[in-house]
Design a protein around this ligand. Structure first.
Ligand code: PEP
Ligand code: MN
Length: 355
């Protein structure tokens, strides 16, 4: 995917930060237009509305379908906003293109399905259009599946691609509806620096109170934009009502966000980065030494017919290191994940010795 092009509509590149907003679902013509008017007043340039809704269980509101596309055209005519919707199969893409939708996105349940992605890619190739397409992360935290979905579109000639980070499903009650696992979109950025990344704080948080802080976090990490659900009357929304805000609230949220777009390298930063490089080097050396000692212990255990893992020893290491780390101002969660990785690698080395 070397030839990814900037996101553009009608030949105009989209300004950063790219802000997309609108209801989870198009419900009625009045709701679509009233929400759009409020968003246009708030300065939003790209409108979103789900026309076909992928609901977890049958029986929920599954979208208004094709009549909603005509409402989107009214939004464009009346407010000048560009319009976007979600597509999940051939029929959706054909209808959206016929109605002149300006930008498409693929939802998280669809990007997890290679058959659906290939079908969407095929119909886009046949249409020969140059429409921007945003691919949401698959519901499961699988970066290769996410990249595979993008590659199918790219191989079909679509170059105006971007992604939406909407978090990942987890089991059980959590603070977030979908856990952000920021390291996954950051890894995507490392691999494809030109691929725009848009954050969806509405679906990550699942609660309107979390939108502002998640949005700021995303901008601080260098995301290129935000897609935020808004509704003229959120509490009465037909889907995702807890996570939608009014256009007025959205306007306040956007006004308070800081978009960090200063060019990066300054003298100070160069100096600090040198320190980081040096410290990382030290860390690598210490880790290599630790693994060597681990190997020696492994040889001893092997020669004395001892099991590789002593649960009490591991428990003691974890407790004492976490306590020490906390005293040094580092978080417990961070230290647990570091020491469980180190321990896992030591065990792997010692098990290898027994083969
Ligand atoms: C949506 O954007 O309304 C939607 C269905 O999102 P997701 O695919 O992220 O669940
Ligand atoms: Mn939604």
């Amino acid at each position: 995917m070397e030839n990814i092009q900037p996101l553009a509509i009608d030949g105009n590149n989209l300004d950063r930060p790219i802000i997309i907003s609108g209801p989870c679902s198009a419900e009625t013509e009045e709701q679509v237009l009233e929400t759009a008017r409020g968003l246009a007043r708030a300065g939003v340039k790209i409108y979103r509305a789900g026309i076909w809704k992928p609901r977890t269980k049958p029986g929920g509101f599954e979208g208004v379908g094709i009549p909603g596309l005509a409402w989107l055209n009214k939004v464009r005519e009346e407010t000048g906003m560009k319009v976007s919707t979600e597509v999940a199969n051939r029929g959706h893409v054909e209808a959206a293109l016929e109605y002149g939708v300006d930008l498409l996105w693929v939802g998280a349940r669809t990007s997890a399905n290679p058959f659906a992605m290939q079908e969407i890619a095929d119909v886009l190739r046949e249409s020969g259009c140059d429409i921007p397409v945003l691919v949401k992360n698959p519901v499961n935290p699988d970066i290769e599946l996410w990249i595979g979905a993008l590659e199918r579109l790219y191989n079909a000639g679509m170059t105006r691609l971007g992604v939406i980070h909407r978090g990942f499903s987890t089991y059980g009650r959590q603070i977030y509806r979908n856990h952000p696992q920021w390291r996954i979109p950051l890894e995507l950025r490392r691999r494809y620096p030109n691929l725009p990344i848009i954050c969806d704080p509405s679906h990550i948080g699942g609660k309107r109170e979390l939108i502002a802080s998640l949005s700021q976090q995303a901008l601080d990490m260098g995301f290129d934009g935000l897609i935020i659900e808004s509704h003229c009357n959120p509490d009465c929304a037909w889907s995702d009502k807890g996570q939608q805000v009014t256009p007025e609230v959205l306007s306040v949220i956007l006004d308070n966000l800081v978009f960090r777009d200063a060019p990066v390298p300054t003298e100070n930063l160069v100096h600090l980065r040198r320190q980081i490089d040096q410290l990382d080097n030290d860390l690598l050396e210490v880790l290599a030494k630790r693994m060597n000692v681990s190997r020696e212990i492994g040889l001893f255990k092997r020669d004395h017919n001892m099991p590789v893992v002593q649960a009490t020893r591991y428990g003691d290491i974890m407790t004492s290191r976490v306590l020490a780390a906390k005293a040094m101002g580092m978080s417990e969660e961070f230290m647990r994940s570091i020491f469980s990785s180190i321990h896992e690698e030591s065990v792997r080395i010692q098990v290898e010795l027994n083969k």
